[in-house]
Design a protein around this ligand. Structure first.
Ligand SMILES: Nc1nc2c(ncn2[C@@H]2O[C@H](COP(=O)(O)OP(=O)(O)OP(=O)(O)O)[C@@H](O)[C@H]2O)c(=O)[nH]1
Ligand SMILES: [Mg+2]
Length: 331
């Protein structure tokens, strides 16, 4: 399917279809952006350039949490709630380990069955076969394409392991952490860094036997958040109890996100954050491009081999060898 539209439509025609909300063409466009093929890349670049003026108007929400915390179920519940309000939503995912874990979007697609059938919703599997940096790049492009196709809210799911939270944080307006209430010390085992990144926390599965501990966790998290320094946004993160199964707290979560949106529009953080994120994207891309251009050349590959041999033999200090090699490559 990937090449069908690529050969049938030129970039201008494809842009038009996307602007008309054609979901099949949108899917092809995202696939094109994920492609490593240079001709596809050129086509994708043109497409993105055409669509740039039609991007940026969505609200981008990142959702993270440990495996099994209930992210997909929560997203389905929130997604259905939003489509019931008549909003068009897109769900994207970043999962750098998706090939290995069963928690990948493939599983999600079956979990989000109802949302997948919803004409106002679009669910896109994770880009695989890339490094985290690569996946992040592709997801940013997918966000742009979804915006051009008229999606008003973009939900980006990521498993809370490794560096993927930071990657998602850097591409969304609102970042939400899902947490399970546990027995005993609620705050044990949570990386403080992730809590500091969160604009909101939802205690998940606050139903049945969990209800009591969820309430306790809510209070403890809210208390813990007060101890943190005020975020640059000026927003004080909130903690809510939710049950995706019972639909509890879902509308409250949306209300919180909306309050954050109007709060940050008013104090101008919203725009500022987007600008900073674009600068970061640019800087990361410069890094990647440089590496790609400089290190993939035949000369570089040859030199790397020679240096590695000498280092293995204990003849060179690795840091000095690196400096020397880079100097010789860029002059
Ligand atoms: N009781 C209860 N169970 C829930 C709720 N939400 C999710 N679950 C269950 O928790 C399990 C994991 O849910 P998922 O939504 O797949 O969790 P996830 O965080 O997306 O998992 P990964 O993608 O594997 O990281 C499933 O068996 C769900 O049925 C809830 O609100 N209440
Ligand atoms: Mg999931």
């Amino acid at each position: 399917m990937k090449n069908k539209h690529r050969h049938q439509l030129n970039a201008k025609e494809m842009s038009k279809e996307i602007l008309n909300g054609n979901a099949v063409v949108l899917a092809c466009a995202i696939t094109l952006c994920e492609s490593q093929n240079p001709a596809d890349r050129k086509y994708a670049d043109e497409l993105l350039r055409n669509l740039l003026p039609h991007t940026g108007q969505s609200l981008r929400v990142g959702i993270t949490g440990s495996p099994g915390v209930g992210k997909s179920t929560f997203i389905e519940a929130l997604g259905k709630y939003l489509t019931s309000l008549g909003k068009k939503i897109a769900v994207l995912a970043i999962d750098p380990s998706s090939k290995k874990t069963k928690g990948s979007i493939l599983g999600d697609k079956t979990r989000m069955q109802e949302l997948a059938k919803d004409p106002l919703a679009y669910i896109r599997p994770t880009a695989t076969g890339h490094t985290l940096g690569g996946v992040a790049d592709k997801t940013r492009e997918a966000i742009m394409l979804c915006e051009a196709a008229g999606f008003e809210i973009i939900l980006v799911e990521t498993v809370g392991v490794g560096q993927s939270e930071t990657a998602v944080r850097s591409m969304v307006d609102f970042f939400m952490l899902l947490q399970l209430a546990g027995a005993g010390d609620e705050l044990q085992g949570i990386k403080k860094g992730i809590m500091e990144m969160a604009d909101g926390i939802a205690i998940t599965k606050a139903d049945g036997e969990n209800e009591k501990s969820a309430r306790r966790a809510q209070a403890e998290y809210q208390h813990a958040l007060h101890m943190f320094q005020l975020a640059e946004s000026g927003w004080t993160p909130k903690v809510l109890e939710t049950s995706a199964l019972e639909g509890k707290g879902i509308s409250a979560v949306w209300k919180m996100i909306e309050s954050f949106h109007s709060f940050t529009l008013k104090n101008k953080f919203f725009q500022k954050n987007r600008e900073q994120q674009n600068l970061q994207w640019f800087r990361e891309s410069v890094d990647q491009s440089l590496k790609h251009k400089v290190l993939r050349s035949k000369t570089a590959l040859g030199k790397i081999k020679t240096y590695e041999k000498k280092i293995a033999q204990g003849k060179l200090i690795p840091s000095q060898a690196a400096n020397e090699m880079v100097k010789s490559l860029i002059t």
